[in-house]
Write a protein that binds this ligand. Structure first.
Ligand SMILES: Cc1cc2nc3c(=O)[nH]c(=O)nc-3n(C[C@H](O)[C@H](O)[C@H](O)COP(=O)(O)O)c2cc1C
Length: 191
């Protein structure tokens, strides 16, 4: 099966907004055990190999991980300012921590760790996120070659994609849905 039909528009948006470093920042929503939504900014790290799976990195100790264990469904909201378009990608979130059994996933985790900047890796040496701060954060600690256990790759496997173009005539909106067989339908809808 080829790539999903929303990959073309998303690749175009990434390309046309490439001069804006923050065009790779998106907002990821999860829900907690009480059904309450939580939303945070996260950096898009690319796709997992030749798939439609979006890759992020995160800390297993962060709250979003508990949400995902309870409810793996999440939604990414991504606005591209240069081209004035929004993608909302909803689907199942999957965490790849040090205990993930798939060797391909572990290879990906190792690669994502190596690809992080020094400052990015340093953050994973800080104490438990979200806990009260009791002192200075370690700065310039030696960064290990192998990722710490709590370093996770986070995958989003989209099943619904909603693409809104504000710059259309007057606007365009497309709804992509994955069928149970894994292929995709696309419908132009009213904005
Ligand atoms: C510009 C920006 C980029 C961020 N990138 C990430 C990221 O790639 N991964 C991540 O886990 N948190 C990232 N964060 C921090 C999250 O927004 C959030 O504060 C943190 O993950 C804790 O969220 P949680 O308590 O809901 O798990 C970023 C924040 C900002 C402002």
């Amino acid at each position: 099966m080829g790539l999903a039909p929303w990959r073309g528009p998303l690749a175009r948006a990434l390309h046309r907004n490439r001069s804006l470093v923050y065009s790779r920042y998106a907002q990821l929503a999860t829900v907690d055990a009480q059904g309450r939504p939580h939303n945070r900014t996260i950096v898009f790290r690319g796709f997992y190999r030749d798939t439609d799976t979006l890759a992020f990195v995160t800390d297993r100790r962060s709250e979003k991980v508990q949400h995902i264990h309870h409810q793996p469904w999440g939604e990414l909201c991504w606005y591209f300012p240069q081209t004035r378009e929004q993608f909302r990608l909803a689907g199942v979130l999957e965490l790849v921590d040090g205990a993930h059994p798939d060797p391909w996933a572990q290879a990906e985790r190792q690669e994502r760790w190596q690809a992080l900047s020094e400052a990015g890796r340093q953050q994973f040496l800080w104490p438990h996120p979200g806990q009260p701060r009791t002192g200075d954060l370690p700065a310039n600690a030696p960064v290990p070659i192998h990722p710490p256990e709590h370093f996770c790759v986070l995958w989003l496997h989209p099943q619904h994609v909603d693409h809104l173009e504000l710059r259309g005539q007057p606007q365009n909106r497309y709804c992509y849905r994955q069928t149970p067989l894994g292929d995709w339908t696309v419908v132009a809808i009213n904005p």
